[in-house]
Design a binder for this molecule. Structure first.
Ligand SMILES: Nc1ncnc2c1ncn2[C@@H]1O[C@H](COP(=O)(O)OP(=O)(O)OP(=O)(O)O)[C@@H](O)[C@H]1O
Ligand SMILES: Nc1ncnc2c1ncn2[C@@H]1O[C@H](COP(=O)(O)OP(=O)(O)OP(=O)(O)O)[C@@H](O)[C@H]1O
Ligand SMILES: [Mg+2]
Ligand SMILES: [Mg+2]
Lengths: 265, 265
């Protein structure tokens, strides 16, 4: 099973849109996919039409309580399951603060889960707090969505250092394997300049033996497309909402690249 | 002096772009404006071409150390001053955690500052932590930038409750006075639908006697315009970068509305 955390501590760069639609695209191509919502805002869950009540059936009950992942996982489409989040999760940051091995709880719960998937995708909150650390401790790969704007690479060093620390201390399998340019305004000079900067940055890191030295910038760029912003208000993936849109085309292409890209590290 | 915190805990909705360009527009109209960067990411400072070294001259030194605001404030244009931030500020969240009256430090430092301004605008981080609480304790008004997408109003109740708690316990002058629709994709059904939802939400709150019952949704919508995303990479406001752009026109119009809107509460 390929396990991938979709992460960028910067807000509003396309993490959820990517986690949801990449998961949906992989499911449509016949892979069994589990999408785990690890954001207290619960946007990935809402995006696929799930609404979770407080005190029931969210990943919060799994992390701080007795629930198992299997108890709360919901099937939302052929080959596609969602482990939903709820705002209760905001309390987990505080509640887990003092706990020994607090970054390893999700990993344990996932290992206790005997369901078989081809892909686990985790949608992370825009933060490097304890929930996101749980994701990093539990997966092998990180995908990094970036908006090609001026400050795209600003703050990246902090994220890369966090991945490095987790890789050294807790999870030596962890690698940043993919970078996805999202919210891409084609034809603008800004997008193409930052695109160039991003490629240069990751080429310079290549071979450095760090947890991000094998990171590949996907050739597929996810273009700005209003359909991608509309789909969540119908509780649908882009493929259900508008299968002929640019948004659907881009996420289908991204999925093909992800499938072609064997985890080489 | 009108003191305004530009706040939304959601990331990437246009807070910094608004704080910077509204400040610049007000300065161009002859008002003396102080823009205070309260985000450890320091985007507002970078946006106007300031780069601050660690250990020197940022609002961090003011909050945890002996520096005064006057020591670190820089003039960046006629009528426009910036109090810059630096990533050191990320430590303040932790360092101030145990301190008595930790939300009132900025207020004290501002009161000790005898410089005269017509406007103080504070650019907040996408968070409701201790730095943002310092902003809320220190100002009379909150402006809320919203991106007219599906989840614009989701999570708003938490923000409004935070403003209410600060207003009750710490700062009875505090009101949410303005809502600004940003990143507006004109001509899309999504924008006009969420626009309608936002108006309805704030009309329903009107007269409720809460800290947001007088909130006005500005008539000016800030349209999506690539020039607004390009300007920061030159360290310029939109007026310096492209005075004829839609972005410049929209922020000029917003400033006129802000000036026409007397603080009525
Ligand atoms: N390619 C795109 N074209 C148009 N709109 C998009 C695109 N990608 C994302 N959006 C919209 O932009 C907004 C932010 O995207 P999204 O929620 O995926 O970002 P995020 O990184 O998960 O944000 P957060 O940090 O809050 O979790 C959403 O309203 C989403 O629908
Ligand atoms: N109206 C607009 N048109 C085009 N691009 C915009 C517009 N407003 C903001 N942007 C761009 O969108 C990105 C996010 O905007 P901005 O940084 O102002 O949001 P923010 O709410 O301050 O984000 P954060 O939560 O990270 O502080 C930036 O790259 C900015 O240049
Ligand atoms: Mg998200
Ligand atoms: Mg900002």
């Amino acid at each position: 099973m390929r396990s991938i955390a979709v992460l960028n501590q910067k807000g509003g760069v396309g993490k959820t849109t990517t986690a949801v639609n990449l998961a949906a695209a992989l499911a449509l191509s016949g892979k069994r996919v589990c999408l785990l919502d690890l954001d207290p805002q619960g946007h990935a869950s809402l995006h696929l039409g799930l609404s979770v009540k407080s005190g029931h059936d969210s990943i919060y009950e799994v992390l701080v309580g007795e629930a198992s992942i299997a108890d709360i996982r919901k099937q939302v489409g052929e080959n596609l399951w969602v482990v939903p989040a709820h705002l209760d999760l905001a309390a987990a940051e505080m509640e887990l603060a003092g706990e020994v091995g607090r970054e390893l709880i999700l990993k344990d719960k996932l290992e206790a889960d005997d369901a078989e998937f081809d892909f686990l995708l985790i949608d992370c909150a825009p933060s490097l707090g304890v929930l996101t650390l749980n994701a990093l401790a539990a997966v092998d790969e990180v995908f990094l969505p970036l908006q090609p704007h001026f400050l795209a690479l600003h703050g990246l060093s902090k994220l890369l250092r966090t991945i490095d620390v987790v890789a050294k201390r807790i999870n030596d399998q962890l690698r940043l394997t993919g970078v996805i340019l999202c919210l891409y305004e084609s034809g603008t000079r800004l997008a193409s300049e930052v695109d160039g900067d991003v490629h240069e940055f990751f080429e310079n890191g290549s071979g450095s033996g760090t947890s991000w030295s094998d990171a590949e910038v996907f050739q597929t760029r996810i273009r700005r497309n209003i359909r991608l912003a509309e789909a969540p208000s119908f509780g649908q993936s882009i493929f259900q909402y508008d299968n002929n849109s640019n948004g659907a085309e881009d996420y289908r292409n991204l999925a093909e690249e992800v499938l072609g890209l064997q985890q080489s590290a």
